[in-house]
Ligand binder design. Structure first.
Ligand SMILES: [Zn+2]
Ligand SMILES: [Zn+2]
Length: 216
């Protein structure tokens, strides 16, 4: 039987996100305690270098999968980007997407419901807004329960890839929301490929029960 992999796809550490108090070593330990398969580092407009990730691995001795991504402060809102390592925040949204495409990456609007600028009956509008992207973050640790509930509602109906991420800025948040993968993920290329195939789902730990509660 193929096991699933649970990965927190949205994490900020204090090393590169001024708004975070999360120590990278504490992050690793907490993710291990929670039995996550791994996590993605998605600092604001900064991508950890491979060398920096290697150092964190050596310092902690962890076997977790650590993925390099970024949360781009795009004029169109925050966007999680994987598989493209350029600085993208000064680009208009369309140019950012072109750059991500050129490099074979994926772009996923983060916490699209956080600011409440959605209407419960506007799934068509949402689908149009998301059409340019590779999916969307349905579950986010900094959205309200109602917003996450709407995220799951939209994900179930739109038929596009959905992710979950804690958006952790402190250790207690780690793993609050996660993305469940059925394919093996060892690196960013695997991650991008699985998201492009839509082989991922937003989840929480003990997801069956908790997602049920969120959706009611
Ligand atoms: Zn954000
Ligand atoms: Zn974030």
């Amino acid at each position: 039987m193929k096991s699933t992999m649970l990965i927190d796809l949205h994490i900020h550490t204090y090393r590169y996100s001024g708004c975070s108090i999360l120590d990278p070593v504490d992050l690793v330990r907490r993710a291990e305690e929670l039995n996550l398969a791994g996590f993605a580092l998605t600092e604001h407009d900064y991508v950890w270098t491979e060398e920096e990730v290697r150092e964190l691995r050596e310092e902690t001795g962890t076997a977790l999968v650590i993925l390099r991504g970024q949360e781009v402060s795009s004029p169109a809102g925050h966007v999680l980007v994987f598989g493209c390592y350029d600085r993208l925040d000064r680009l208009p949204a369309r140019d950012m997407l072109s750059r991500v495409r050129e490099q074979g990456g994926v772009a996923i609007p983060s916490h699209p419901f956080r600011y409440g600028d959605y209407a419960l009956d506007s799934l068509d509008l949402l689908a149009a807004q998301l059409a340019e992207y590779d999916g969307f973050e349905a579950l986010n640790g900094n959205q309200t329960d109602d917003q996450n509930s709407y995220g799951m509602h939209a994900w179930e109906r739109l038929g596009i890839a959905g992710t979950g991420g804690s958006d952790s800025h402190e250790v207690d948040m780690v793993g609050r929301f996660i993305t469940e993968f059925t394919g093996g993920i060892q690196n960013e290329a695997d991650l991008v490929a699985e998201i492009k195939k839509g082989r991922c789902r937003p989840a929480v730990l003990r997801h069956a029960r908790i997602i049920h509660e969120i959706i009611k």
